[in-house]
Write a protein that binds this ligand. Sequence first.
Ligand code: 2AM
Length: 181
Amino acid sequence: MRAFIGLGPPDTVRDALDGLQSDLRVGRLVDPENLHLTLAFLGEVDLPTLEALHLDLQQITFAPFDLRLAGLELFGGARPRVLSIRGQAGPPLRALRAKLHSTARGAGIDLPRARFRPHVTLARFRRDMPPDDTAKLGRFLSAHADVALPAFPVEAFTLYRSHLSPDGATYEPLADYPVPA
Ligand code: 2AM
């Protein structure tokens, strides 16, 4: 199955992102319950490997830290494909990601060494965006590019299964790994 490890924002942040998305009149919006920040994209993983990983993830400890989402970014150059909001890549977030990556590698999962660009994807766009939509997207960015949400505490990470469908992906939380009390 296709799986990844990520952070699900608290409801207050989901609501704020939902409010922001409702001003965006173009593209395919990510449903509020699917909003997340990916820490480790695992790709296709078989069940025994995922079960082994699950046991290893339960052993991970980290101190809770604050995360802030701020600033919109568009990917895809002249033909934007994705709109996301940036996560601040402070040392605690990087340290947690590094632990997750080494744990996943230890469980036999081959992770590509990509640069970490923490973000929450808000919407996806068709490559052939009509000019009207391009203009709407431009207006949305002028109004909201510098959005900054209140920081929230990260006290757990989540293992997700990704279900792909023609209507867009949905993400099913399989297990939460809270910091020990
Ligand atoms: P995206 O939001 O930028 O599309 C589930 O698909 C999650 O894993 C999404 O957050 C997605 O990022 C991310 N993802 C999908 N494919 C990926 C890949 N090849 N490398 C890194 N992250 C990926």
